[in-house]
Design a protein around this ligand. Sequence first.
Ligand code: ADP
Ligand code: MG
Length: 677
Amino acid sequence: MDYTLNTRVSEISGIGTHRAAGLAKLGIAVLEDALRHYPRSYEDRRRFINIRDASDGERAAIRGTVLDNPKWSFIRKGMDLVRFNVADDTGTLAVTYFNQQYQVSKFSRGEEYAFYGKVQREGQFISMANPETERVGMIVPVYALTAGITSNLIRGLVDKALAAAVTELAETLPDDVLTAHNLLGLLDSYRAIHFPDALEGDDDTELHRARRRLVFEEFFTLSLALAVKRRRGEAQSAYKITRTVNYEDFYSALPFSPTDAQKRVVEEAERDLISGKVMNRLLQGDVGSGKTLVAAALIWRVCAAGYQAAFMAPTEILAEQHHKTLTRLLAPYGIRIVLLRGSMNAKEKREVRKLIKSGEARLAIGTHALLTANTQFFKLALTIADEQHRFGVAQRIALASKSVERPGTLLMSATPIPRTLAMMMYGDLDVSVLDELPPGRQSVKTYPVTEAYRERVNNFITKTAASGSRVYIICPAIEDNPNFDARSVTTYSEQLRAALPPNIRIASLHGKMKPAEKDEIMSGFADGGIDVLVSTTVVEVGMDVPDATLIVIENAERFGLSQLHQLRGRVGRGARQSYCIPVLGGGGGQDAVERLKAFAATTDGFRIAEADLRMRGPGDFFGNRQHGLPELKISDLQGSMSMMKEAQSAAEHFGVERIEAYPALRQRIERLLRSAE
Ligand code: ADP
Ligand code: MG
């Protein structure tokens, strides 16, 4: 039977429903999908070795002549064996196949064959069990797999797909783009990425060129997809909101005056709200820049116009904290606020949802549980997602489609993202930047130390607590774990209790605790009933305890620069001088020292993000957790940053208008947009 690129893999002979299901898990539904299932690595089977030189455990290619006719023997129920000997000029190899009776007829005495497999060697006796005889003497792709699927199966699919591709495959990139950027064609790229004829990293191998082209294409289509999405978003009409409020009324009731940056950003969002188009805005502001106030002003404004707002936080702890803050700021205006807690029982949740649906509740706060289909709003005009980098794009879109008339969305993020990267992750959004910290802040002093300073660190903790300030201590693990050599919250809080004076109140916090327990501890810490909080990174984002002035980060070498920066942002939120002490545990070496030095040297989140990017590549920012576009398969390779820039400007230059003229390109873009829904 002739297969086409659109043939469903379930229709291919030898693939039953079980395997088809496994393939579906890998994202392979039709033959063409196999082409985009790029190899994870390669196995070099080009070099044949002499039997004599084969060493135990080695995976090797061997070529030899079959000495005797293959013998089949029954061993016990469910187990039989095919066995024969192969020789080259240097020795003899015993080949065995288990439960593969058909192998008997594949080999004839006196003929030469190539074998690839794992060598077993006991003294002079050399053997190989279940060796492969196909694709020996070449470079073979190794794929990401799932139960029931072998690399060999996928290789077979790729073969068939490549055969069909010769006549069917349409080039996705326009000719002028290919030429201008010196890119390999799509078919050649597929061939070379699956079956390269050389592996060497030098720049003109086909493999290198194939990768370059495929990475370029991913970024190019993503850029265009975001541009399309942005355009479509703009076309949508929103609620009719007219300028009826004076923000000064809100500001003048605050205990402090907003910064100019806060006012400016509120104005930018206000313009969106009254524009008649749907707001789709990202608010980037470094830790402590006062994003919550911007959110509060906009919620106040939308409620004053008779609409509802929803506010999502990435964790229960944060939702709780925002509930307190926003209640303080907004309740005086008669705005009814509800908090949908994950820990509520079904009846309580129903009650809360009723208030949201009837419109009695004007502001609903929660984690992404707010998004489930069960929550219906009355007149939702504004959704705000705090610490957006913790949400995926899919959730972001779900949030936006919560009501019939699409509400405006404001995404707030403290992860400062270099511009190029932001364009790629949020190219469908308008961006506001909160580039000013509230006045009177002293920047946090950072002193990286090693274990040798333990006693001094402990003294400093004691002194800080005694002065009435609060201390965070961050550990990478919850419990001790033999496979993970790092301090744990459970053990270390015990050790601290023994090491610090008994009047210092120490509590621990981690993500596995019950919500009620976490709440209690967090409020204790905020109110001063707890002096020292030993915690995992659950406090990484958003926590706002202005009396906390010291954060000690254990095993600091385990955290990325941006994450360290987020953690450091937990202190320095009040008027008092604050300190951050990253403690370098074992491991990490000179690299870790350099990184911590760079971290200590600046408190500017953007510069830190750029340093992080330079040191670790975009994979970390671009990991699924942060961008959420599931289709990117190859681009999170190190060093693809410059390619990303190139593809991005190419897409800008190309323009969305031209997409229509390129059906294959259009198809890929549509697919990308659908996959984000
Ligand atoms: P983030 O941007 O990290 O979410 P928050 O909104 O939590 O920052 O604000 C950090 C702290 O700064 C809070 O305690 C908040 O009350 C305070 N704050 C916000 N804006 C101002 C301002 N204009 N002047 C003084 N303090 C402010
Ligand atoms: Mg915040």
